[in-house]
Ligand binder design. Structure first.
Ligand code: GDP
Ligand code: MG
Length: 653
């Protein structure tokens, strides 16, 4: 045989690698194992004219590092074997995610034959890949295939038969100067261990296991330290981000999405250009959230007032001083009613979230957050469960199952309890209605933002402590924009509001019943007086909260019972102040604007509700659930005290 070529077939799992491999090799297979592991290795030898090709099907991977067995096998094979070229099989319908791997293999300095497989699927989804542009950018031929039907395989053979003339892809990904310099230094000092720039980067970003060599390790740590000093982030994140940016930029030029008609795409793209813009994307998201709360207030408040008046009227109808009358007035109407008055606000909140979700905007918000989340060492996909947390933390934590890796699942589940769920909203609404009548939207909006900030800081800190290195590459595909359906949104909001009402009728009712009883006992004591059982419990706790500005025993009781569900905070206050003229006036005399603020911050942070804790425990384990409680209790208290003391220092309260 005059020429012998060894060619690897690489690609993401399910990109169609094996199909391509089978089409190329037919039945000439040799099946064995990769050295040292029980992962199947398939080789096929094909002779064409005077040339023999040996194809090797390497394990499907998303990246190339020492982090998983498959990736290690793939990387070892690609670095150590004398390969003539690598066929990189790309799923055209998921270009970005697949192209990330192409980029890595290109960085390894290998010759590449890129195959755009699944082109039928891409077409079906309205995705067009500009093969000519891709070929021009990289200076190598790209081949379009449908491997399952054998389409394009002859084109692939054409490239293979001319493989002698195939050059390496023109590489255009440059890292910041200090990173490039460090890579060069490493290659210069340890030419035996580090034979390529790709390897040098892998050593620096932790993707490649460093050999047991003290001198080598010392130099690597030193270089890492030097680079990270000039950066605000980790080196591995910086490198991953550069790679994403590169993939995005190629996709922008070479991938076109047509959703159903040309105009729709053009419009959708134009919207995306603004909405996901590097600089405007974040502010637009914040504005959307601000608008959401603005509508919750402007549309919701009149309804809230009506219901409130209705309950007052109802309450005045119940006369008498018997136990039953007292329970109906103080427990049922003042307690459960205090929560129920906010049904319109809750409905509007859920309705608007459903509209954002249905229109496709929420996915964009996650996309915008992706860059930001990566900078924090979290996956962009984590943002979706976090946004769901605005509705209720419980389904949000269950949604972390959709994340691929353990680190992201744990960190996201630990972050979600700080996302301000709809149960906290009644507490905010009650207090801003009394103290911040002219700045309701701003105050509530700030609390939501505070929740996001705390969530992110907590995730970031936990990551530092428990998970050092690991960035999982994944890029999401955006769903098409829709005109949101009012019907769907109404139904979804109706269902979720129904849960809220049901919770008020069962769980919160039960809590209120207990509180009412404890407030009426021991017999003969004035209802909800400091001498009642609950008054004594609250009074014992109250000094603890004095530094945070809310030392009334009622506030303490509300927080203790709020552990069951945060709506109970409002239910408790309603029940305990049930004997007074109105809840608003009672709150007005017991709190100041400043202590109201610290109380809201406390309510936001101080503990996940009991059901949330149970779900955290089920999803990620007891240890994490306990940690979540510990962290939130400490953090909530410290922040509440901080808000109050800082306010006092500034002369606000
Ligand atoms: P691998 O995991 O990369 O080895 O992928 P396989 O070759 O096992 O293919 C995964 C699935 O996709 C199989 O069901 C194939 O029949 C199918 N498949 C492969 N190529 C194509 C293609 O071009 N178009 C479509 N529609 N399906 C394909
Ligand atoms: Mg396969």
């Amino acid at each position: 045989m005059s020429k012998e070529y060894v060619i690897a077939v690489a690609g993401n799992p399910n990109s169609g690698k094996t199909s391509i491999f089978n089409r190329l090799t037919g039945a000439n297979l040799k099946v064995g194992n990769w050295p040292g592991v029980t992962v199947e290795k398939k080789e096929g030898r094909v002779v064409r004219g005077d040339t023999a090709f040996t194809f090797v099907d390497i394990p499907g991977t998303y990246g190339l590092s020492a982090r998983s067995v498959d990736e290690r096998i793939a990387m070892d094979f690609l670095t150590k074997e004398r390969l003539h070229a690598v066929i990189v099989v790309l799923d055209s319908a998921n270009f970005n995610r697949n192209f990330y791997l192409f980029n890595l293999i290109m960085e390894m300095g290998l010759r590449i034959i890129p195959v755009l497989n699944m082109s039928d699927m891409a077409e079906k989804r309205g995705i067009t890949l500009h093969v000519d542009r891709l070929s021009a950018i990289f200076g190598i031929p790209f081949v379009k295939t449908v491997a399952s039907r054998g389409k394009g395989i002859s084109d692939l053979w054409n490239v293979l038969e001319n493989i002698g003339q195939l050059g390496k892809p023109k590489h255009s990904l440059l890292y910041p100067k200090p990173v490039e310099a460090a890579a060069l230094k490493l290659m210069g000092r340890f030419p035996k261990q580090v034979t390529s720039r790709f390897q040098a980067l892998g050593v620096l970003d932790g993707g490649i296991v460093i050999p047991e060599d003290e001198e080598f390790r010392r130099v690597v740590t030193e270089l890492q330290g030097e680079i990270e000093e000039g950066l605000d982030g980790d080196l591995d994140e910086l490198i991953a981000e550069k790679r994403y940016e590169f993939v995005y930029s190629i996709a922008k030029e070479c991938v076109e999405r047509r959703l159903s008609t040309e105009q729709k795409v053009a419009l959708s793209d134009r919207i995306d250009r603004v909405v996901t813009n590097r600089y405007f994307g974040g502010p637009i998201f914040l504005f959307a959230m601000w608008l959401l709360f603005f509508l919750v207030f402007t549309v919701g408040n009149p309804f809230v007032e009506w219901i409130n008046n209705g309950f007052s009227a109802l309450s005045s109808l119940v006369s008498g001083s018997g136990i039953v009358a007292s329970f109906i007035r103080e427990g049922l109407i003042s307690g459960v009613g205090a929560v129920l008055v906010f049904v319109p606000s809750i409905f509007i909140l859920f309705f608007l979230i459903a509209i954002m979700e249905d229109s496709g905007y929420l996915a964009r918000a996650a996309f915008v957050a992706d860059r930001f989340m990566h900078a924090l060492g979290l996956h962009g996909k984590s943002f979706i469960p976090m946004l769901l947390g605005f509705g209720c933390n419980i389904p949000a934590i269950m949604a972390v199952r959709t994340l691929e890796n353990e680190k992201d699942r744990v960190l996201t589940a630990m972050a979600i309890p700080y996302m301000s769920c709809s149960a906290r909203l009644p507490v905010y609404l009650l207090f801003v209605g009394v103290f911040f009548t002219h700045h309701q939207t701003t105050v509530v909006f700030s609390l939501y933002i505070l929740g996001i900030v705390i969530a992110i800081v907590v995730a970031r800190v936990l990551r530092r402590i428990f998970f050092t290195k690991a960035v999982s590459p994944l890029i999401m595909e955006l769903p098409a924009y829709h005109v949101p359906s009012i019907k769907t949104a109404t139904r979804s909001a109706g269902i979720r509001t129904g849960f809220f009402v049901k919770k008020a009728g069962t769980f919160i009712f039960g809590a209120v019943l207990v509180i009412w009883m404890l407030a009426s006992l021991p017999a003969g004591v004035g209802y909800a007086s400091a001498e009642s059982i609950i008054g004594r419990i609250g009074s014992a706790m109250a000094p603890v909260f004095a530094p945070a500005g809310f030392a009334s025993w009622q506030a303490s009781v509300a927080l203790i019972f709020g552990f069951l569900a945060k709506e109970v905070v409002v239910g408790t206050l309603g029940t305990l102040y049930g004997g007074q003229a109105s809840l608003s006036s009672a709150i007005g005399s017991q709190f100041s604007a400043l202590s109201a603020m610290s109380f809201m911050v406390m309510t936001l942070v101080y503990i996940p509700c009991v059901s949330t804790i149970a779900v955290i425990r089920r999803e990620i384990g007891t240890k994490w659930a306990a940690l979540s409680v510990g962290v939130s209790v400490t953090l909530g208290y410290v922040l509440a005290v901080l808000v109050f003391q800082a306010g006092r220092f500034l002369g606000i309260g």
